[in-house]
Design a protein around this ligand. Sequence first.
Ligand code: UD1
Length: 418
Amino acid sequence: MEAFAIEGGKPLSGTLRIHGAKNAALPILAATVLAEGQFEIHDVPHLKDIEVMLKILSEIGAKVSHKEHCVSIDTSQIHETHVPDELMGQMRSSIFLMGPLLARFGEVTISRPGGCAIGERRIDLHLSGLTALGAEYVDAEGYITFRSKSLLGNKIFLTFPSVGATENLMMAAVLAEGTTSICNAAREPEIVDLQNFLNAMGAKVRGAGTDTIVIEGVPKLASVSYRVIPDRIVTGTHLLAVGIAKGHIELHNTVPDHVTALIEMIRGSGVEIKVRHDIMEIKNTSRPHPINRIMTSPYPGFPTDLQAQMMAYLSLANGTSLMKETVFEGRFKHVTELERMGASIYVDLGTAFIRGVDKFYGASVEASDLRAGAALVLAGLAAQGTTCVQQIHHIDRGYERIERQLQQLGASISRINI
Ligand code: UD1
């Protein structure tokens, strides 16, 4: 089994290019199913979740290769509309295939995605949205099968601005007859990226980035070349890494506007951040000030995907901070692991009270999910002594070789076999 061994206490320095966004690449790869032809998708990171998506595409008949950071996909021979069960079970994002397969072939079968470490993760909005577009489904014996002769545009209201449901419905509606509007849509930058990709294919989508997305259906789409946006969660993780470990770094290939909420908060707690085009210069020499009140919320609010890393950072503040998780109810599994390293955190009813401590101590800890794992790596960078982070396959789902990224910034971290 692989783990990370981290010798804490080294300030970070140097330059790092941020890789493409996993959460933008996944729906875009699924959307290639919508047209027959040869696609080239650039800046796709080498991550476990991307591998699973490419494997699914290949098992349903696409020809796929992932060289350097470019994915080539030929979707002309896709013939299968049943997403393989085993792969469906490995990654919740395989649900993104539902909209595109239904739109192109009039049918799709998936096995019901199971629970997950960070919360219940329901799919009711995906199901009711596709039903509103005229498809019918059967949910029996662990499988969901949708069928529709032709999808029809409609007005859909999401009771919560779900990122995945917004994307799935956009992908289904592009080939529907007539106009679809998705109200209370999620506004994440990855949704804007999906709109740009679909429009490059010939779709007519507008409004992504606002809470109403309007899609005029077209009869056919075409294959294209496209580059995905930089990963804002990886960017945010490195901003917090400097906040925790101190030092002075430059991040290239960033979109600073995508991390506004984080920038404003950590500037207020003492980290210096300068922005020049797509370059961010980050400097920190002191212990953070606490942040009185943070609440995770859909974009442009503070992202739930940075909550764990922020908690590691605030654990070292010179005072008490308060953080409420409102997106995923179970997303506090990192608390006990941070406590093993010396943090002092009390959780009640979805709110964490974080009393800052002077230092972390190296310990053996386990990643329970992707971002919780990243938080433990950050804590290890600041800890006195050696930290061993186990279950790092979770971290590999969202960060391309995080140890190399941090080594490039001067950290003492290595991947070891235990
Ligand atoms: C996406 C991101 C994930 C991020 C999350 C929230 C991808 C691949 N993943 O996940 O990294 O943490 O957004 O920013 O982009 N919900 C329902 N019914 C549904 C769908 C969702 O009740 O049909 C609820 C979920 O249980 C959860 C909340 O909505 O409490 C947010 O989920 P959603 O926005 O759908 O997240 P994902 O798309 O799964």
